[in-house]
Write a protein that binds this ligand. Structure first.
Ligand code: ZN
Length: 344
């Protein structure tokens, strides 16, 4: 036996190219992580689809995060379901943007105490934060003292880094649609990665490799969007709800106004006729509806003007959750803007 096996093994060893044999020995944990995930994946719960998408990309090969605001639901009007409450109870890690957008999570997360590692992504270091805008063609905020002084505070809203809950939360002081700038997605992805690595060090290499790939993809996406919207940058348009500041800020676009700031409140007849007048005055080329909010209002607003209507989906109401959603979401906004504005 010994005589025949020895030479046979030698021949076999020669036939395996070195380049294949070495990585195969060095990275089996990475290669097989996907098939072993059931036992090892920590329970990770995320609030909204864009955040879920970033977390899902970083967890690929380890597990899939759970999503609270699923389907066509809007974070602006969401209320927690019993199944969501159960998921939070079981979670090892929870990602949310913060109480500004996801008010429905504030009390349930407080009630969890230190049971889970909770990362509030609006505290991510390096995040660009813009104040809510009011006045002009934008609807003023009328919901109490929460927003007072918001527009006077300027752009410098960076909180201390980290996931602590010892801050005083100037709720609503900044626009909460933070994900609509790929640079902000990068900043949030960095916090997602460090949080996952700390909670689940066994899968650290996978999280870090995925994070690097995601970061590269976000860089490419950013360049792609800039090129897509460049030809239509200067055309004025109106959006349904004021969700696009970060997109505008990043790509030098200027939304002329919004029909409503807070999608929780349907605009009254007076507001609709004011916007209708504004569309005419501004010579707005497009008025964009959103899938989850009253598209009829957009038709009323453009009636008798030269403006066209388009659809934007900033909160991904129509998109399937998963690692690619963030890219589909951002490309969709850029393409819709380009289509509607360039043919106007
Ligand atoms: Zn919104």
């Amino acid at each position: 036996m010994k005589r025949t096996l020895g030479p046979a093994l030698k021949i076999l060893a020669f036939k395996i190219p070195l380049a294949f044999a070495l990585p195969a020995l060095a990275v089996p944990a990475l290669l097989f992580a996907g098939s072993m995930r059931a036992a090892d994946a920590p329970v990770v719960v995320t609030s909204i689809k864009p955040i879920h998408s970033l977390v899902a990309a970083i967890m690929q090969g380890v597990g899939e995060p759970e999503l609270i605001v699923d389907g066509a639901a809007s974070p602006h009007t969401y209320s927690l379901k019993p199944s969501n409450a159960r998921a939070l109870q079981e979670a090892k890690v929870i990602f949310w943007t913060g109480p500004g957008l996801e008010a429905f999570l504030e009390k349930p997360l407080q009630a969890l105490g230190s049971k889970a590692s909770i990362a509030e992504l609006d505290h991510a270091p390096g995040l660009v934060k813009l104040p809510f805008r009011e006045g002009g063609a934008f609807e003023p905020h009328e919901d109490g003292d929460e927003h007072q002084g918001a527009s006077a505070e300027g752009e410098d809203h960076d909180h201390a880094a980290g996931t602590g809950h010892d801050d005083d939360h100037d709720h609503g002081a900044f626009d909460t649609h933070l994900w609509l700038d790929p640079m902000n997605a990068k900043a949030m992805a960095a916090v997602i990665t460090t949080t996952l690595v700390a909670a689940d060090p066994a899968n650290a290499l996978t999280y870090q490799a995925n994070a690097k790939a995601l970061d590269d993809k976000l860089t490419a996406l950013d360049k792609e969007i800039a090129a897509t919207v460049a030809p239509v940058k200067d055309k004025p348009f109106i959006v349904f709800h004021d969700a696009y500041q970060y997109f505008e800020h990043r790509y030098g676009i200027r939304v002329a106004g919004s029909i409503t700031v807070s999608p929780e409140t349907i605009p009254g007849a007076e507001r609709v006729s004011e916007i209708h007048r504004k569309v005419g005055e501004l010579g707005a080329t497009c008025v964009f509806a959103e899938p989850q909010f009253e598209p009829r209002l957009v038709n009323v607003v453009i009636e008798g003007t030269n403006a066209r209507s388009g659809v934007l989906d900033p909160e991904a109401a129509t998109l399937k959750a998963g690692p690619d959603l963030y890219f589909t979401l951002m490309r969709g906004i850029a393409d819709s803007m380009k289509d509607c504005l360039s043919s106007a």
